[in-house]
Design a protein around this ligand. Structure first.
Ligand SMILES: Nc1ncnc2c1ncn2[C@@H]1O[C@H](COP(=O)(O)OP(=O)(O)O)[C@@H](O)[C@H]1O
Ligand SMILES: [Mg+2]
Length: 234
């Protein structure tokens, strides 16, 4: 469903943020993208969202090829990709309900459909009771739940989660992870980028490792020493 084929991307001069990356994510899969800060995780997310394009190689996203996709088709493809970020990115001057409903308004749905889908999405992340609150009145974990509702309300085929627990306390981290697993069980593929190897569960489909812009085996990302250092720092 998503295929990276020898994808390279550079940002400045000859410094490559992504080097000859190839991997696949199948329909309905839960995949982890694991690597340290600066490894290239967000670059991969932006490439899938077609925020940026490869310099070399190609990406196939649900049948669209990064080399041939027409500019006018990009917004339609993006409607079927859900995204959540470390810093939530909710609209500060809109309440919870409107933050989620806004994602549907641009698709031209009827008022009745917007209302039903928005309330359903808020119920599925257990935030219905906060629908009239504003983002600043919510904890980090609650804001991320609203961001998840906004991401799933258009029924995407994949949810891109870029370090979604980075600004959430440990207790709410488990809640966010459980929500992502639940959404996946209902049929949406999930690609979750993280530098935190402790979040990887055994029953997920795939772990993609990235180190200095190269796809590597996940066990090669953190040397034993790195893990010991992380643990003693906690
Ligand atoms: N817009 C940009 N301009 C210049 N360099 C960038 C840009 N985005 C990312 N990079 C560089 O590309 C590399 C990979 O970044 P990124 O994908 O954000 O890593 P990660 O998400 O794994 O922390 C880093 O060295 C980063 O500094
Ligand atoms: Mg990143």
């Amino acid at each position: 469903m998503i295929e990276f084929s020898n994808v390279s991307k550079s940002f400045q001069g000859d410094w490559l943020a992504l080097k000859n990356a190839s991997f696949k994510i199948n329909k309905g899969e839960f995949a982890f993208l694991i690597g340290k800060s600066g490894a290239g995780k967000s670059t991969i997310m932006k490439l899938i969202y077609l925020d940026i394009f490869p310099e070399d190689g190609y990406i196939n996203i649900a049948g669209y090829d990064s080399r041939t996709i027409k500019r006018k088709d990009i917004p339609f493809l993006r409607r079927k990709i859900g995204v959540i970020f470390q810093d939530f990115k909710l609209l500060p001057d809109r309440n919870v309900y409107d933050n989620v409903a806004f994602a549907l308004k641009v698709t031209g749905e009827s008022y009745r459909n917007i209302r039903k889908k928005t309330l359903d999405a808020l119920a599925s992340v257990k935030m219905s009771h906060k629908r009239n609150s504003y983002p600043y009145q919510l904890s980090g974990g609650e804001q991320q739940k609203v961001a998840i509702a906004r991401a799933i309300v258009r029924e995407p085929f994949i949810l891109l989660a870029d370090e979604p627990t980075g600004n959430v306390d440990p207790e709410n981290t488990a809640g966010i992870m459980n929500l992502l697993f639940e959404i996946n069980t209902l049929g949406t593929a999930v690609l979750m980028a993280t530098h935190d190897h402790s979040l990887i569960k055994k029953d997920i489909n795939q772990v993609i490792g990235i180190r200095d812009g190269k796809i590597v085996k996940p066990e090669n990302i953190f040397s034993k020493l790195d893990i010991e250092e992380t643990e003693s720092a906690l």
